[in-house]
Design a protein around this ligand. Structure first.
Ligand code: PGA
Length: 245
């Protein structure tokens, strides 16, 4: 059985005052679903000290453990600060920083080496979808971004259509089912069945309280990666509740 995961990506939002949301979220944390918050790097350590049953994660890491990489943060640093997860290959990293699949794979290996669970993001652009390329794009991103050695413990895959992120637009449940079904198939083709079945698949892109239950009812959707609606417990709590069913 895959444990459901409600993952919040705060992106570049939040200073110390935002940590009060973690306290407010504790109430939602008693259910079956795991809750994860990925705050900005500056808040990982203080978030860790008051996270309670909420897991804390980073939003990116460097592929090297240390070195001359001004402004970057390494996987062992995230781990030491209290993170147990790290989001990798988010479309904003791919777009803003030109991250390639090979770089995401290298970062994933670094995350695993540091004992972090990698949440590897894949997703098509609107142009990809309109050109009928969605599955091809996802296939290429997954093959290139997931190194050998993925397990249910060290890997989560997030399907995030780029056009659905922060736009209020979401794919139909059939479109989500198609991609998630393909991801499960592709994992099964590459790994043994038991390992592939243990890897959680998240949907991300404009998830909110009003659409969460419908999305969570789709086959092979094991939770969500949520941006805007994860910033307050008032918005995120009902999404967690929808996942708890
Ligand atoms: P959104 O972001 O929920 O604000 O659309 C999702 C994400 O980028 O992970």
């Amino acid at each position: 059985m895959r444990r459901k995961l409600a993952a919040g990506n705060w992106k570049m939002n939040g200073t110390n005052a935002a940590l009060a949301e973690l306290d407010r979220l504790q109430e939602a944390a008693g259910g079956a679903a795991e809750i994860l918050i990925c705050p900005p790097a500056t808040l990982i350590a203080p978030a860790g000290t008051r996270a309670g049953r909420i897991a804390i994660g980073g939003q990116d890491c460097h592929a090297a453990a240390s070195g001359a990489h001004t402004g970057d943060i390494s996987a062992p640093m995230l781990r030491e600060a209290g993170a147990t997860y790290v989001i990798l290959g988010h479309s904003e990293r791919r777009a803003d920083h030109g991250e390639t699949d090979a770089q995401v794979a290298a970062k994933t290996r670094a995350a695993w080496d540091a004992g972090l669970t990698a949440i590897i993001c894949v997703g098509e652009t609107l142009a990809d979808r309109e050109a009928g390329q969605t599955i091809d794009v996802i296939r290429t991103q997954l093959a290139g971004s997931l190194p050998d050695g993925g397990t249910g413990a060290n890997t989560v895959i997030a399907y995030e259509p780029v056009w659905a992120i922060g736009t209020g637009k979401i794919p139909t449940t059939d479109q989500i089912a198609e991609v998630h079904g393909f991801l499960r198939e592709a994992l099964t083709a590459r790994l043994d069945q038991q390992t592939a079945d243990a890897i959680r698949l998240l949907y991300g892109g404009s998830v909110k309280a009003s659409n969460a239950a419908e999305i969570f009812a789709v086959d092979d959707v094991d939770g969500a990666l949520v941006g805007g609606a994860s910033l307050t417990a008032g918005d995120f709590g009902p999404i967690v509740a929808a996942l708890n069913g």
